[in-house]
Design a binder for this molecule. Structure first.
Ligand code: AMP
Length: 499
């Protein structure tokens, strides 16, 4: 019955084949079977359509991680809608921008934030709390059963915003085929089956937790240990009965701090996957020593889904992101021409995984996504003779703190607007826990006041974007063209969090 809806046909495969198999083990809560998951998704689809959702309409969602939130994702796609998840840390101000840009038909938020969010747009506002309560659950019909809205491979299934370096966020449009093809590839490449139990501790408003972790588990008919957030204690408890985990490097550095992490604890585990930010070779080595397992590192981004992965059976090379996935073409270029083996260039990617462009930004799309299908990622890398890709930096100074992207320009604009500030430069510096920490280098107008600046920033910015340190200087270093030398700043302050 799901066959008319491209992505849902694959998502629902195991709800039909093994309805009684457990999709989610939830510590302290009841298990959720595939049949229960999909019954809830169908009821959600019915409710969305009853609230006026038409094919192609966006459903913007800023809610805590829960099974009901997964059902909202599947329900939106079943109903022919376009799922638009938002980071739970975004302030009302930030959410307002996304609602204005994406003009969703429906917005779903936490009941505690209804007052702030409901008035931001014309969208019909529903609420969903972490425990599943709220006006969305009240709108669900008693009976499951929903005829999926027919969608083709090229229709949109999701829009995920990835803030741009210019400060303006871009909505990456992902089609049914983009998501379905990548999840199928990963399921096969990483050998996920119904016998797997995946520890799912990632947020579900980001490509990693939503499309890599959730879709791959669903496509395989696997079970998950479905956790609301990353908590080392719960992960240590879950590991003896689980088979796999997907995480950001921070997960691994935190777990390494726990003396209970031993080869015995990881006996049942077959796969540790890391991505979303670079994992230090040192972390790879420590993990191997402590657990006997080599972390499998992969690389991707919101626009491309996953593009490369270290091999499952072959050599996993620490410090590299592996080889292009089956069906994905990758080249490293400089000024459009491929560089020689070992030379640094920008990664370009082509394949069924590559997105459809940026929502309502044809010019920006044309700059980065060519008519020939090659997408310029902006990541700088080298490729060795065997094809292994090593990422050496980001062309655009993006900061990744705890797995979340922070765009310096956005923070700088907010700081520069504060009273007592002449100008600022925001950089990422190595941090043992977060990978990178946000640091603001500020030129003050008179006597510097760090407290005033941090207080102001905590009002307007999500926590993960707030600088961990504010440093005052007389002037920013500039080159002859007047460009601020961020590389120099990163060198000067590179040791701030070292010990
Ligand atoms: P996002 O769109 O939030 O998934 O962020 C994508 C960016 O994260 C990429 O463009 C890379 O810069 C970075 N990234 C993802 N995986 C890795 C990795 N394994 N190593 C280094 N950088 C990574």
């Amino acid at each position: 019955m799901y066959e008319s809806n491209h992505l849902c046909a694959l998502l629902a495969r195991h709800a039909v084949l093994t309805p009684d198999h457990v999709f989610a083990h939830r510590p302290g809560l009841s298990d959720v079977t595939y049949a229960e998951l999909f019954a809830g998704a169908e009821r959600t689809a019915s409710a969305l359509v009853a609230k006026g959702l038409a094919p192609g309409d966006r459903v913007a969602v800023q809610v805590e991680k829960s099974i009901a939130a997964i059902q909202l994702y599947i329900g939106t796609v079943l109903a022919g809608g376009v799922f638009l998840p938002l980071n739970t840390g975004y302030t009302a101000n930030e959410v307002g921008y996304f609602l204005g840009d994406a003009t969703p038909r429906i917005v779903v938020c936490d009941p505690a934030r209804e007052g702030e969010i409901a008035g931001l747009s014309e969208a019909h506002c529903l609420t969903l709390a972490a425990d599943g309560s709220g006006s969305l659950s009240e709108a669900l019909p008693e009976v499951a059963g929903f005829e999926p809205v027919p969608r083709t491979a090229d229709d949109l299934a999701a829009i995920l915003y990835t803030s741009g370096t210019t400060g303006r966020s871009k909505g990456a449009m992902l089609s049914h085929a983009n998501l379905a093809s990548n999840s199928e590839t990963l399921r096969e490449y990483w050998r996920f089956t119904r016998d797997d139990i995946l520890i799912h501790a990632l947020p579900i408003f980001h490509t990693h937790g939503l499309f890599v972790a959730t879709n791959v588990a669903l496509f395989a008919g696997a079970s998950t240990v479905f956790l609301p957030r990353f908590d080392p204690e719960t992960i240590i408890e879950a590991m003896p009965s689980a088979t796999a985990i997907m995480g950001v490097p921070t997960f691994y550095t935190r777990l390494l701090q726990d003396p209970r992490l031993t080869p015995e604890l990881a006996t049942n585990m077959r796969l540790f996957i890391s991505g979303s930010a670079p994992m230090l070779v040192d972390t790879h080595e420590k993990w191997l020593t402590r657990t006997g397992h080599r972390v499998l590192e992969r690389y991707g981004m919101t626009e491309t889904n996953m593009s490369t992965s270290n091999p499952y059976d072959g050599e996993r090379r620490m410090g590299t992101v592996g080889l292009p996935l089956p069906g994905v073409e990758l080249r490293v270029t400089e000024n459009g021409a491929e560089v020689a083996t070992g030379e640094i260039g920008v990664i370009e990617v082509r394949g069924p995984n590559v997105f459809q462009g940026y929502w309502q930004m044809p010019e920006k799309t044309a700059e980065e996504l060519g008519d020939d299908g090659w997408f310029i990622t902006g990541d700088l890398a080298t490729r060795d003779a065997e094809g292994y890709v090593t990422i050496v930096g980001r062309a655009k100074d993006l900061i990744i703190s705890g797995g979340f992207n922070v765009y310096p320009k956005e923070i700088e604009s907010v700081i520069d607007d504060l009273p007592g500030v002449v100008e600022s430069a925001v950089i990422g510096v190595p941090h043992p826990d977060f990978g990178e920490a946000v640091v603001a280098v500020v030129v003050p107008e008179g006597a510097p006041d760090e407290d005033a600046i941090t207080t102001e920033l905590s009002r307007g910015l999500a926590k993960f974007k707030q600088p961990k340190r504010v440093i005052f200087v007389d002037a920013l270093p500039r080159n002859t063209m007047g460009k601020v030398q961020k590389k120099e700043l990163r060198e000067t302050y590179g040791e701030l969090f070292n010990g």
